[in-house]
Structure formats: structure tokens, C-alpha cells
Ligand binder design. Structure first.
Ligand code: TRP
Length: 330
């Protein structure tokens, strides 16, 4: 039996951090042995918000690829590919856009919240339409399982709608994907306020040195009610406790109890988690260094992944053209 195909992707907007590891990379590493896994470097989608600095996307693309390989994504099992190098995705996006209304896009809750800065009426056409392009990413690969965060659910719903519409209008050749939502809560940033995010400066990057990790943890916010070491703490509002749960789960209930009783101080608690994060990142950084020193190997991985994905995309596009009567000569 053929393995089901998994597709995930990242907008190429910056290096990856611990939040990405917990929320998606770790899961992708597990899924790659069970499914045929494709990972998309969404550079065109990154342009929808970063078109003023395309050269940054270029350097981020290398960094993210190193992050993938460092985290344990194996190029023998996972097809890593570059969105802009598959012109068939752009082609399918145009064809899909014929039967997606502007209103549907304007009411997409993720688009709405992401466009808060620009306002709905002032939105760039490419940005408004990126969910359609995402539907093309997914369907062109005939992927059926899409592991994503909850914010992506409206895009998955749109993809399913587009597939049903296409199949009913033309020919049933596309497959409806399902979302696979991670059961891990979003990792909170070191400020304890928002999810970990590069732009908020509350992230610990996967390539952080030991000094950077301990600096980030030292300056992390803890329970503000704990002024003295023996004050009882409230672990549920403390990002350090969240990190214990994520990276040192075996000791987390003990930490919780001791924090609540005031028998462990924030400094000691931070020491413990700093060491666990270092231990987690160390083997990743070794792999990162291995690939970083072999840039032509990394290039080959991207080129051959993109070739493999393009073969799939071309075959789907042939079927699409045929279904839509856009094949004129034999
Ligand atoms: N929009 C996704 C994100 O921000 C990235 C993405 C682009 C994606 N194309 C995709 C995810 C296709 C899954 C499938 O995370």
C-alpha cells in the first residue's frame, strides 16, 4: 500500500527557534518515518509580507534548511523543496483563483487578524490571495495530511472547499487534505506574555550558544509574586515552568510542587532548565555544524528535493489541464 503523503511548510522569514521545534519540527521528525513527507520552503508566501527585502529571504532559506537538518529531518526520507522553483504552483494558484471570491478571502479569520496593521481595504492582492496559493501547494502534491497550527485551519478549510469545487466542476482528480493539529500548546516566549516569536525578541533560537541560552533564560520573566526565594510560586503563569514541561517533562511535577511550596528558588529552577535546553540543542548543533561545513551537500538536498516535488507537481498539472480542457495539442 502507498504511504499517505504529508505536507508541511514554513514561510521563509527567519531562523527557527524552540517554539518551532516543539510545535512542528519534532513532530515532522517523527512523521517522516511513517509517511511520505514533503516540507515546503514557502519563499513566495514570505514575499507577501517581505517583498521589500527579498535578499533576506535568500539567506533565511539556507538557515531554515540547516535548522531542519539539525532538528533531525532526514533528506533521504523527507523531500525539502523551494516554492518559487515550482512554477506549476503559481499556475495552479491562478486557475484556482477563478472560483474563489474576494469575500471568502476577506472573511478568512487568519487573514483578518494578520492584516490588522494594513486594514482589509488596503491589503495587497498577493497577501489576500495567499490562502489560495497555499491550497495550490497542498493539492499539487496530492498531500492528504497537513500538520499545522490552529491559525492555519481556515486555510485548510478553504483548500478542502476548492478541491470539492474543482472536482465537481471538472473532474475528480484532486484529493481533500485533512489538518493534523499538534496537541502541544504553543510555547510561550521568555517574556511570559506571548507565544515565542522572533519579532518579539522572546525566542531562543535553535542555533543559540550556551551563553545565549543562559542569558535568555536568566532574563526570562518568572512569577512576579515571588520576591523572596521561599515565597510560594504560581507555576502555571511562569514560562520557565512551561519549559520544564516541554523539555524536562520527567521532572516537571516535582518542579511544580516545589515552586508552589516555595522550596525551590527561581534561580535554581532556571539553572536546571538551562542545562536541559543545552542538552537538547547540543546534538542539533553538531548536525548543524556538519551541514554548514558542507554547503554543496545542502544545495544538493534542496535541488534534488525540489526536482522530486516538481515531478509530482507537473504530473498533477497535466491532469488539471486535461480536466479543465486546457490541453490543445497532442
Ligand atoms: N502558512 C503556513 C505558515 O505560516 C506556511 C505554509 C505555506 C504551509 N504553504 C503551506 C503550511 C502548505 C502547510 C501546507 O505556517
Amino acid at each position: 500500500m502507498l504511504k499517505e503523503r504529508v505536507l508541511t511548510g514554513d514561510r521563509v522569514t527567519g531562523k527557527l527557534h524552540l517554539g518551532h521545534y516543539v510545535g512542528s519540527l519534532k513532530n515532522r521528525v517523527m512523521l517522516q518515518d511513517q509517511y511520505e513527507t514533503f516540507v515546503l520552503l514557502a519563499d513566495v508566501q514570505a514575499l507577501t509580507t517581505h517583498f521589500l527585502k527579498p535578499e533576506l529571504i535568500r539567506s533565511h532559506l539556507r538557515e531554515i534548511t540547516l535548522d531542519y537538518l539539525a532538528a533531525g529531518i532526514k533528506p533521504e526520507s523527507t523531500t525539502i523543496f523551494i516554492q518559487s522553483m515550482i512554477p506549476e504552483i503559481a499556475e495552479l494558484t491562478v486557475l484556482f483563483s477563478m472560483f474563489v471570491t474576494v469575500n471568502v478571502l476577506r472573511h478568512n479569520p487568519t487573514i483578518k487578524s494578520e492584516s490588522r496593521n494594513s486594514g482589509l481595504d488596503d491589503m495587497y492582492y498577493g497577501f489576500l490571495g495567499y490562502p489560495v496559493s497555499q491550497a495550490a501547494d497542498i493539492t499539487i502534491c496530492k498531500a492528504t495530511i497537513i500538520p499545522v497550527g490552529e491559525d492555519q485551519l481556515p486555510h485548510l478549510e478553504l483548500t478542502r472547499k476548492i478541491v470539492r469545487r474543482f472536482n465537481e466542476l471538472y473532474k475528480p482528480i484532486l484529493v481533500e487534505p485533512k489538518a493534523l493539529i499538534s496537541d502541544m500548546p504553543r510555547l510561550v516566549g521568555t517574556d511570559g506574555k506571548a507565544k515565542m516569536s522572533k519579532s518579539l525578541g522572546n525566542a531562543i533560537d535553535l542555533d543559540s550558544s550556551a551563553e545565549e541560552i543562559s542569558h535568555q533564560i536568566r532574563k526570562a520573566v518568572t512569577d512576579p509574586a515571588r520576591i523572596h526565594k521561599h515565597d510560594p510560586g504560581h507555576p502555571d503563569i511562569c514560562p520557565i515552568y512551561a519549559y520544564h514541561c516541554a523539555f524536562r517533562p520527567e521532572g516537571s511535577s516535582e518542579i511544580r510542587e516545589n515552586c508552589k511550596k516555595g522550596t525551590i528558588g527561581c534561580g535554581d529552577c532556571k539553572e536546571l532548565i538551562t542545562r536541559s535546553i543545552e542538552e537538547l540543542l547540543e546534538p542539533m548543533q553538531e548536525r548543524r555544524a556538519y551541514y554548514k561545513a558542507r554547503s554543496s551537500l545542502v544545495e544538493d538536498i534542496l535541488i534534488s528535493g525540489t526536482e522530486r516535488a516538481r515531478t509530482v507537481a507537473q504530473s498533477t498539472m497535466n491532469e488539471v489541464r486535461e480536466a479543465m480542457s486546457l490541453h490543445y495539442f497532442d
